[in-house]
Unconditional design. Structure first.
Length: 153
């Protein structure tokens, strides 16, 4: 029997691991992970010299500054909009992400999980989903607002 190949499948380019690793969405995830690490570890260090809540706030700001600089340098280096616009939209997108995180976390932990009888660390699991959801919307927001005019790489 003769095998028939679709032209669409035959023509579809396959990406190598190197190409995938250097794709903009993957670089965005790596930068975000590094910035989260800066946030987490700096809170621990700051906690040596300052109270818990202020250390969380300052660590969050350090993580956000790290994310901005690294996204600007490594992910959206070809952005066309002015620096002050990039900063404004970066902060706005991150504030929207915090609201999303809270909304998703509270909805899952307070409504969905009790309804379906999910009881294994419901707040932790809900928060994990709450943190993951804004990754997609933040990428879209940063691509189209914070670092407007960047081309797909």
């Amino acid at each position: 029997m003769t095998e028939v190949k679709s032209d669409a499948l035959a023509a579809s380019p396959k990406k190598t691991w190197s190409e995938l690793l250097h794709s903009r969405p993957i670089k965005f995830l790596l930068v975000g992970g590094f910035a989260a690490g800066v946030n987490f570890l700096s809170r621990i260090l700051l906690g040596i010299w300052m109270p818990y809540v202020p250390s969380i706030v300052l660590a969050y700001l350090l993580g956000m500054a790290t994310a901005f600089v690294m996204n600007r340098l490594f992910v959206f280096s070809d952005a066309k909009n002015a620096l002050h616009h990039q900063i404004f939209w970066f902060v706005a997108v991150n504030l929207a992400a915090v609201v999303q995180t809270i909304a998703v976390s509270v909805f899952l932990a307070g409504v969905v999980f009790p309804y379906i009888g999910f009881t294994w660390h419901p707040e932790t699991v809900a928060h994990a989903f709450g943190v993951l959801i804004p990754v997609v919307t933040s990428y879209i927001g940063h691509k189209h607002l914070s670092f407007k005019g960047s081309t797909d790489a």
